[in-house]
Design a protein around this ligand. Structure first.
Ligand code: ACM
Ligand code: ZN
Length: 346
């Protein structure tokens, strides 16, 4: 494994200091309380405790250099145009309605998104990304792009006037306009944009790389258009899913992704031809943390599934064999024991 993708911003918290926007650390990094139990439980319960924190620039530099010594490149993610409610709690002027908002205390998709019609939004993003570029030397910058409801844009005069002035068909093309504009900024700064597969909707930015999470379709479509792809389908790569019968497992978001299923995944879809296959750069495991509040639980969810993920990233198909892998894993688990990694016991 040679990349660590850090999802640094979301509706429930903003986790990176940005000097130009101090309220991101003062306000956006903190939520009043957190939902307890599952999001779908009725009635919803909350813990009544403030929760938060953020990485300083020095923290980030330390992480980048620690990773570099181990040949790992950090891919930082700054989400846009959706999943921005934490930032909007501090800077409501770049929303469509003007707010007020609070940092979200529940999970799921929020309707409060950045206004795509307001020039201030782009100024904000470019200033934020400017600091991110200084901290992270890797070529890829992740801009999210997933799960952006269009409700506010449909009602917003600025967004609607942008749609008219740019000759766009609809709000999906407005999202595409947003991402293309950010891509130009990143490319002008010698970086490449990567985003979740929704960035295909309304037209892919010319040089974008796609993370295909809703399935393989987005990745296949992008590779066919000549774009690079990282395979991240939730069915086989979401480590926030249960690893076994939920009866006997700590609370998770849902789903079921046992070790065997991770290992069985082939990241290169059979639908792709010889020219298209090299566009599949690799595969990534996702450790979303709505239901993971301690480092020990993060280790529990990530291991040993991350070991299977590492194997499928480089093992030729004709060498894949779960029994063999299991034997190798027995040895590897001893290493994890030495490192005190709280992996799930098989
Ligand atoms: C995602 O899981 N929304 C990328
Ligand atoms: Zn708007």
């Amino acid at each position: 494994m040679n990349r660590l993708h850090l999802h640094l911003t979301d509706d429930q918290g903003w986790r990176i200091e940005i000097k130009k926007y101090p309220k991101l650390a003062e306000i956006s990094a903190w939520r009043d309380e957190t939902i307890v139990g599952h999001y779908r439980d009725e009635p919803r319960k909350f813990d009544g405790q403030s929760h938060g924190g953020f990485y300083t620039h020095d923290d980030m530099r330390e992480i980048v250099s620690y990773a570099k010594e181990r040949y790992v490149t950090i891919v930082p993610e700054i989400e846009m145009p959706g999943h921005g409610q934490a930032a909007l709690a501090a800077y409501p002027e770049i929303s469509c309605t003007g707010g007020p908002f609070k940092v979200s205390t529940i999970w799921g998709i929020r309707k409060e998104v950045y206004c795509a019609g307001n020039e201030k939004t782009f100024e904000f993003m470019e200033n934020v990304l400017g600091e991110v570029l200084d901290l992270f030397p890797g070529e890829y910058i992740h801009v999210g792009g997933d799960e952006c409801p269009k409700d506010r844009w449909e009602e917003c005069q600025k967004c609607q006037s942008r749609i008219r002035s740019e000759g766009l068909q609809d709000e999906h093309e407005l999202q595409s306009y947003f991402i293309k504009r950010i891509e130009k900024f990143l490319n002008d700064n010698n970086r490449r944009l990567i985003g979740w597969d929704e960035i295909l909707e309304g037209g892919l930015a010319p040089n974008a790389t796609v993370m295909s999470w809703r399935g393989e379709e987005g990745g296949i479509a992008a590779a066919r258009e000549g774009h690079d792809v990282v395979m991240t389908p939730y069915s086989h790569t979401y480590f926030d899913y249960y690893q076994a019968d939920p009866e006997n497992e700590p609370l998770a978001i849902g789903g079921l992704l046992p070790l065997e299923k991770v290992y069985a995944y082939d990241p290169v879809p059979a639908e792709l031809n010889e020219q298209q296959r090299p566009h599949i750069l690799g595969v990534q495991g996702q450790v979303w943390t709505e239901y993971i509040s301690t480092p020990e639980k993060a280790e529990y969810m990530a291991f040993p599934r991350a070991c299977a993920m590492a194997e499928i990233g480089w093992t030729p198909l004709d060498r894949k064999n779960f029994k063999e892998f299991s034997k190798t894993l027995d040895h590897h688990l001893k290493r994890l024991d030495q490192l005190d990694v709280n992996y799930r016991k098989l």
